[in-house]
Write a protein that binds this ligand. Structure first.
Ligand code: FA5
Ligand code: MG
Length: 446
């Protein structure tokens, strides 16, 4: 018999909300592991200050008797959100059902999942090198304010990442966080000086084997006070930048042993200087993290005028792909036992064995674009129709005619990781994709 716990935040103290979440949770449980014999669910608080099981009385309701509040740390399925809260009838809302269905799954909190195994291995590194120093958060809600996601980390008002083309908006003031940096300011102001924040993040993006609209990041922040660097003989910024690189190189060695890596200068609005770390994987350099010395303004606003800090944000999928030899980012979301059974708690060295590779099927679609056309919108339509059956979308032809009209031709690769697709199925998908492109993108099909 399996057990699952439901993590509840403050909002769930409202009875109707609680009931909704419990029902959704029960459904999620059944659909994620069909045929499993489930024991009673466990209620758990996401508030790190009250990490223990909530007693039923905490909710001042006792109508739902099938829930027995007790806690077991090792099994955890996810959080549940109200659809009406996320996919709203608000003109700025651009969250499709396909994204809503991923909310609250919390792959990074599953100890048997590659992302959970990786998160725990990173925790081990920090616990060994900085005993009892880093506070860990992995249950903060991904629904955050525009202020937290952008303003608090100094993202300029006209930065592309704020656009509806790049970010999922719940309403004009609320987004699905596009990075875990959204929690920096809040935690600094709360007095935390060393912390790791792990969570699911959301971005409208292109489609290929290393990009997915939902992925996971871990943020790390370390604050230094003047006494830390005063005796070092170097200036504060160089001292902190050097400490940061040493820390992350140490982490890379802890995870990978010997691996080829390089530092690239980068730009982020919230750090200066900024860097990215790349790792050599499948004959390519793969960017796995961004980092830098935190902008002084962020520290100042949180009441730490004299201090200095470093911060990093790493992509858990990218690291896990290298670590476990996982060739396609979609695999993280599969419930196929041939995938899930290959990983177990605490096992870092395992290399994923491809269980089978079904042939891809390519379909092209060409149209005359309009000024409003964006590739992210196109990709979202294709994902909306084909879900995880779409493997890659590539622009294969692009030209402008004498009348100034621009034509794009995209090649869509369809492939299931679980079975072979029939011709009829693919033709049907492609037909629906074409229909929706025409209806929603205001382009002229060729
Ligand atoms: C950021 O998100 C910054 N917040 C990171 C940061 C934090 C910098 C603190 C400085 C200080 P970026 O957009 O580059 O940066 O994303 C960070 C990592 O997330 C990338 O290096 C990559 O590993 C991963 N990543 C980005 N987009 C995707 C995607 N669509 N799918 C999977 N992983 C992704
Ligand atoms: Mg980047």
């Amino acid at each position: 018999m399996k057990e699952a716990s439901l993590v509840l935040d403050e909002a769930a103290s409202d009875f109707r909300e609680l009931k909704f979440r419990v029902e959704k949770f029960e459904k999620l449980k059944r659909s994620s592991c069909p045929g499993t014999d489930w024991g009673p669910s466990i209620l758990q608080s996401s508030d790190h200050r009250r990490p223990h099981a909530l007693s039923w009385e905490d909710f001042e309701v006792n109508e739902i008797s099938f829930l027995i509040p007790f806690i077991r740390d090792d099994v955890l399925i996810g959080d549940a959100y109200a659809l009406a809260e996320i996919v709203k009838d608000d003109p700025t809302n651009n969250v499709p059902d396909s994204i809503f269905s991923k909310l609250g799954l919390q792959l990074h909190r599953r100890d048997q999942h590659p992302l959970g195994i990786l998160k725990n291995a990173i925790y081990d590194y920090f616990d060994t090198n900085y005993p009892n120093k880093f506070d860990k958060f992995d249950g903060l809600s991904p629904i955050v304010s525009v202020k937290a996601n952008f303003d608090d980390v100094l993202v300029p008002a006209d930065h592309v990442s704020r656009s509806y083309n790049d970010t999922y908006y719940v309403d004009s003031q609320t987004v699905l966080r596009c990075h875990t940096s959204a929690h920096q300011a809040q935690l600094l102001s709360g007095g935390h000086t060393h912390f790791l924040v792990t969570g699911d993040v959301y971005r409208r993006d292109s489609i290929d084997s290393t990009h997915y609209p939902v992925f996971h990041q871990m943020e790390g922040v370390r604050v230094f006070t003047p006494t830390d660097w005063e005796d070092s003989g170097t200036n504060a910024t160089s001292y902190v930048a050097e400490d940061l690189k040493k820390c992350l190189e140490g982490l890379a060695h802890h995870l990978f042993g010997d691996v080829e890596m390089r530092w690239i200068d980068a730009y982020f609005p919230f750090t200066n200087p900024s860097f990215e770390l790349e790792i050599y994987f499948q004959e390519k350099w793969l960017e796995v993290l961004g980092c830098g010395v935190m902008e002084q303004e962020i520290l100042k606003r949180s009441g730490r005028t004299n201090d200095i800090a470093w911060a990093f944000g790493l992509g858990l999928e990218r690291l896990a792909m290298v670590l476990f030899d996982i060739p396609d980012i979609r695999l993280f979301w599969t419930n196929d036992q041939r995938f899930t059974s290959q990983f177990s708690k605490g096992q870092l060295g395992v290399k994923f064995k491809q269980f089978s590779k079904y042939p891809p099927c390519y379909k092209d679609v060409s149209f005359w674009i309009s000024n409003a056309f964006t590739e992210n919108n196109l990709c979202e339509i294709i994902r909306g129709v084909a879900g995880d059956l779409v493997e890659e979308v590539t622009l294969i032809d692009n030209f402008t005619n004498k009348k100034g009209m621009t034509s794009h031709c995209y090649r869509i690769a369809y492939r299931s990781m679980e079975r072979s697709l029939t011709d009829d199925e693919i033709n049907d998908l492609q037909w629906r994709v074409r229909e929706q492109i025409e209806a929603k993108l205001k382009v002229v099909m060729r």
